[in-house]
Design a protein around this ligand. Structure first.
Ligand code: V47
Ligand code: SF4
Length: 393
């Protein structure tokens, strides 16, 4: 099978008329790293078919036919935020907090307890940067969650939230990360990365942590043995160079620490924010971006299409363009994307729906935990039998 695929890829590369693209194709085939300029060239010149086939070749080498998902829910403690990112449809300033929400510890524990008899493996905690919430508040929350359900993996807090918390508590990044880890935090989500390059960052989110600060927090987490994700907000005012610059910084840190699990491109959605005049990117551009990310980030084990942002049909399509992970069941517990105009207004997929969606795309559904340990391979499971079992609904 592998042999047949390689022959198919070689033919595709041979038939490529542009010699620079042909050269990149052979590099990928021979597992050689592509350069910054070659990454930009792919964005400028390569067809969807060309990058898609190469990305699929890479994803099958790394992850076979598997598509991973998990059973998870989110807690969004607040949407009150001290920052004013131009693309954000979700946050409210403290002076307008009556338009937003602020959950107490008790309310968040109520959410955790509502999953007591459900087979979820992860809680994802992310929200605005509230001026009155501090490191101790979140340390106590972690401890309470862990005391209640020790096996539930806590993935929480973007580097933006952490940077603010640590500065306010006057602790170093290393001290703060250690304190949160001791309280029960196990991994970090990838949010807040946006576009690292200052030319863009200054225009879309000037006031929050910069690229160095973001990368430094992830590095500190990796040094404590924690795994983290990385995102990139794309499809707004950034140029191809800025996308590759972003991925290049991530690739360099990953060479150093090996602590990233997954890269998650996030498509800019343009409803209800200060960048609503910018049209959203096309599906073809989205798929090209997934494919080129898979080719550039040769040291990232996984590439995720976050379906509440992309929509489930396009997420399914992305499985042919390098993506091997769809995130999770979500259970309608996040508002970031519905508020920004995603077609997924109440994002929730049952396990059986996720399994069916992956099978329809000709892939193998594999339930994972946060760290990609396999919980269950669904390749031999019949959809109707699963649908009749409440455990999978
Ligand atoms: O950093 C905000 C993005 C991110 C918009 O690690 C927007 O598994 C598009 O990071 N259009 C937060 N995107 C969410 C996040 C995340 C989500 C899912 C999984 C993981 C993970 C991480 O949401 C922000 C920002 O880049 N965002 N507004 C918008 N209008
Ligand atoms: Fe605040 Fe995050 Fe929205 Fe920026 S993206 S305004 S940091 S909630």
């Amino acid at each position: 099978m592998q042999g047949i695929q390689t022959v198919g890829i070689e033919k595709l590369i041979d038939e490529e008329k542009d010699s620079a693209l042909k050269n990149i194709g052979y590099k990928i085939l021979n597992e050689e790293r592509i350069s910054f300029d070659e990454g930009v060239l792919l964005f400028e010149k390569a067809s969807l078919g060309f990058v898609g086939a190469l990305a699929n070749f890479v994803r099958e080498k790394k992850n076979g036919n598997n598509v991973y998902f998990n059973r998870n829910f989110h807690i969004e403690p607040t949407n009150v935020c001290v920052f004013t990112c131009a693309f954000c449809s979700y946050s409210r300033l403290y002076k307008h907090r009556e338009e937003g929400w602020e959950l107490s510890e008790e309310q968040m524990m109520h959410i955790v307890k509502s999953y007591d008899n459900k087979p979820v493996t992860e809680v994802h905690i992310v929200g605005g940067v509230h001026p009155k919430l501090n490191l101790n508040f979140f340390i106590n929350l972690m401890k309470k969650i862990k005391a209640h359900r020790p096996e539930l993996h806590i993935k929480g807090y973007t580097a933006v939230e952490l940077d603010y918390m640590f500065r306010k508590a006057k602790v170093s990044v290393e001290e703060g990360m250690q304190m949160l880890k001791d309280a029960g935090l196990q991994s970090l989500p990838g949010g807040g990365a946006e576009i690292f390059h200052t030319d863009i960052r200054e225009q879309i989110c000037a006031d929050k942590v910069d690229a160095e600060g973001w990368l430094n927090i992830h590095k500190a987490a990796h040094n404590l043995g924690m795994h983290t994700n990385a995102t990139m907000l794309f499809g707004h005012i950034e140029k191809y160079e800025h996308r590759i610059d972003h991925m290049d910084r991530l690739r360099n840190l990953q060479d150093e620490t090996g602590g990233f699990n997954t890269f998650i491109p996030l498509k800019f959605r343009n409803q209800n924010n200060d960048m609503s005049n910018i049209p959203e990117s096309s599906v073809v551009e989205d798929m090209r971006l997934y494919a080129i990310s898979r080719l550039y980030l040769d040291n990232f084990p996984h590439l995720k299409a976050y379906w509440p942002m992309l929509g489930r049909q396009n997420a399914q399509l992305s499985l042919s363009f390098g993506v091997d992970d769809l995130d999770g069941t979500i259970d309608d517990t996040t508002k970031i994307y519905s508020m920004a105009g995603s077609e997924e207004q109440k994002p929730a997929l049952s396990t059986v729906e996720l399994v069916a969606l992956i099978k329809q795309a000709g892939r193998t559904p594999v339930e994972r935990d946060t760290l990609y340990n396999v919980i269950k391979d669904y390749s031999n499971e019949d959809i109707n039998t699963l649908a009749a079992n409440p455990h999978y609904n």
